[in-house]
Design a protein around this ligand. Structure first.
Ligand SMILES: CSCCC(=O)C(=O)COP(=O)(O)O
Ligand SMILES: [Mg+2]
Length: 234
């Protein structure tokens, strides 16, 4: 195995609990939706979010809200929905109502990999890049803002779908100073781990409390970790 020079991290189910997204972030977005649509429908800052929706769902505030509720009830990771969610969460993060509960091993291990091992840490999530930056800028730790520790951010807009190997090839190609074999991708999602490996990255499954049960096959096929501490120094 080549030495790891870049750690690429998934978010939900890897650095924070799935329940934070499902039980805190999603309800916050749904609650904020009607008033935001009313207040911002024709605002220049909101037009790109609205314009990204398919025309048949963007004709009225009611139609757009119904479509958002439908997509969110199915937890669909569609780029225009994920962008709108980031916009809806912004007020909550900025006024202190939302704070991302990172698993306790995450921030100390990121600090260690960066400062002692000289490793770059980057993010690849279905959540939009602005939503990723809000989350890492407002964590429940000390310091709360760990954005300066992160070197780059990827989502389904700038990299592509997380279950396709081409997305990982595109990410690695942006940072050609690090050969693809020197990247380590960590995710709760087996299909994402398989896609990263097909692209030539090293990749482990992260098995956190509240994650979906892993199959025996996945456990045989891939390294499974419960905490970043198990990786140790890189
Ligand atoms: C960073 S936005 C909050 C998480 C989110 O909406 C999401 O879809 C996370 O998906 P992931 O690819 O990080 O599992
Ligand atoms: Mg995930």
């Amino acid at each position: 195995m080549a030495p790891v020079k870049v750690v690429l991290l998934d978010i939900e189910g890897t650095v924070c609990p799935i329940s934070f997204v499902k039980d805190v972030l999603f309800p916050y977005a749904l609650e904020a939706l009607p008033d935001t649509l009313k207040a911002k429908w024709d605002a220049p800052e909101f037009l790109p979010y609205r314009a990204a929706f398919p025309a048949e769902h963007a004709g009225s505030q009611e139609a757009l809200a119904a479509h958002v509720r439908d997509l969110m009830s199915k937890d669909l990771k569609i780029s225009y929905l994920k962008s709108l969610q980031g916009y809806l969460w912004e007020t909550g993060y900025r006024n202190g109502e939302l704070k991302a509960p990172l698993f306790p091993d995450v921030a100390p291990q990121l600090a260690r990999w960066r400062e002692q091992n000289g490793v770059k840490v980057m993010i690849y999530s279905s959540g939009s890049v602005p939503a990723q930056k809000l989350l890492f800028g407002h964590t429940n730790g000390e310091p709360s803002d760990i954005l300066p520790w992160l070197s780059d951010f990827f989502d389904t807009v700038n990299a592509g779908p997380k279950q396709e190997k081409e997305s990982y090839e595109k990410i690695a190609a942006k940072h050609q100073e690090y050969p693809v074999g020197e990247w380590l991708f960590l995710s709760d999602n087996v299909k994402e781990v398989e896609a990263a490996k097909q692209a030539g990255m090293q990749s482990y499954i992260v098995d956190r409390p509240g994650n979906a049960e892993l199959s025996e096959e996945a456990r045989k096929e891939h390294r499974v970790i419960k905490s970043f501490e198990e990786i140790g120094d890189l």
